[in-house]
Design a protein around this ligand. Structure first.
Ligand code: XUL
Ligand code: CO
Length: 438
């Protein structure tokens, strides 16, 4: 059965086209900085939002009424959803998708039945991947929706829940491997706390570390070659999530000797919830050599929660692409659209408009970032700004050849430093000259 009737495969038609169901900038075969756009982005559709999103919010139940959601039982619906998903991926022309275990297969009446559902759906998924060539960017386990995870998964005060979560990750990692998934993601879910009145913070940190250690051991045991990724988020659902931001996770990984085993999956809306920019979080992760993948979306500056919107702001795309290009790409990672339609966007075609718009925004961001990097104006400016550390006293500081006492002597001879302009507005104007080129 065809679900997205009347919609053909989306093509690149260029910026002059007025066809809203075409790409204006995303040309998967266009080579930029030595790689095709397809290779740069490795775009992925998020199964949970695109296929399972219902339009429900805190004040109203689902209103999308998707055709694939009608069936005799949950497994039949899961199969229809999978067919619709691969039709969507193919027509959109993305090379990847991502899922939680419970997105592709319904939970059964007990753990064994849930696993059996998951493994059955994995077989069908494998066939569809083979038939379409579409691949799994990452898999993950939903350790937050079921009420059993009310007080967390790995950080739960009850080891029974820890064991349940571990068993679920074991199976989710098995199917991710089975499907050739290139990464496995841990997003904290309910790993955090509401009040310290009932929480042993240190104990919960240690539990989480044990959880991750066991995941690393299991990865090695089954020979899963993908990258393990942790996705920071500062709040929601809990008031204080342990994986607050990139810096918190890097510190956690260092403290528990897990640094080499994980990279980070940075989500734009999570960055802004933490009071950072998307570019800041990408930079912090990248500077530590730990930027592994991206959840591409955006928040709303007027709303204080995780609105998971499709990113269309070109500035954000440019700033993100500057970081990604400079670190030479995301390796096994990619750009996963962890984004959903607004409740009012009820047409099936809206799913295409949303993804097309964001793919084009990132593609335009890539073209602009590539020009900025090639022209070296920003790089030269920054290099010059720090050039004092390349010689004389600056070099001695960096080479550990000078101490406070020597520096005091130097200051007594050299008096006041001269303030040099940071030229922020000049640099912002330069960015705009590149935006005007495309
Ligand atoms: C939640 C979120 C998740 C993770 C995967 O805010 O971003 O969808 O990306 O569990
Ligand atoms: Co996410």
């Amino acid at each position: 059965m065809e679900y997205f009737k009347g919609i053909e495969k989306i093509k690149f038609e260029g910026n002059d086209s007025d066809n809203p169901l075409s790409f204006k900038y995303y040309d998967e075969n266009k080579v930029v900085a030595g790689k095709t756009m397809k290779e740069h982005f490795r775009f992925a559709v998020a199964y949970w939002h695109t296929m399972k999103g219902s339009g429900a919010d805190m004040f109203g139940w689902g209103n999308y009424n998707r055709p694939w959601e009608k069936g005799k039982n949950p497994m039949e619906i899961a199969e229809k959803t999978l067919d619709a998903a691969f039709e969507f991926f193919t027509k959109l022309g993305v090379p990847y998708y991502c899922f939680h275990d419970r997105d592709i297969a319904p939970e059964g009446s007990n753990f064994a039945e849930s696993c059996s559902n998951l493994h059955k759906m994995t077989e069908k998924t494998k066939q569809l991947q083979k038939a379409t060539g579409i691949k799994l960017l990452w898999g993950t386990a939903n350790l937050f929706s079921n009420p059993r995870f009310t007080h967390g998964a790995g950080s739960n005060p009850d080891p029974h829940v820890f064991a349940y979560a571990a068993s679920q990750v074991k199976n989710a990692m098995d199917v991710t491997k089975e499907l050739g998934g290139e990464n496995y993601v841990f997003w904290g879910g309910r790993e955090g706390y509401e009040t310290l009145l009932n929480t042993n913070y240190s104990q919960e940190q240690e539990q989480l570390a044990r959880f991750f250690e066991m995941a690393v051991d299991y990865k090695k045991k089954i020979g899963f070659k993908g990258t393990l990724l942790i996705e920071p988020k500062p709040k929601e659902p809990t008031k204080h999530q342990y994986d607050f931001d990139a810096a918190s996770i890097l510190n956690f990984l260092r403290a528990f000797d897990l640094f080499d085993d994980f990279k980070l999956n940075i989500e734009a809306n999570h960055a802004t919830l933490a009071g950072h920019t998307f570019q800041h979080e990408l930079t912090v992760a990248s500077a530590a050599g730990r930027l592994g993948s991206i959840d591409a979306n955006t928040g709303d500056t007027l709303l204080g929660w995780d609105t998971d919107q499709f990113l269309t702001n070109i500035y954000d795309a440019v700033y993100a692409m500057l970081v990604v290009l400079k670190q030479g790409g995301l390796g096994s990672g990619g750009f996963n659209f962890d984004a959903k339609l607004r409740r009012g966007s009820t047409d099936l075609s809206d799913l295409f408009h949303a993804h097309i718009g964001s793919m084009d925004a990132f593609a335009k961001g890539l073209l602009i970032a590539d020009e900025i990097i090639k022209d070296k104006i920003l790089d030269n400016f920054i290099e010059e700004r720090y050039s004092g550390y390349k010689h004389g006293t600056g070099l001695k500081i960096m080479n550990r050849e000078i101490d406070f006492i020597e520096l005091e002597k130097w200051i007594l001879q050299n008096n006041e430093p001269i303030i040099k302009s940071g030229k922020q507005e000049y640099l912002e104007n330069i960015i705009n000259t590149y935006l005007r080129k495309f």
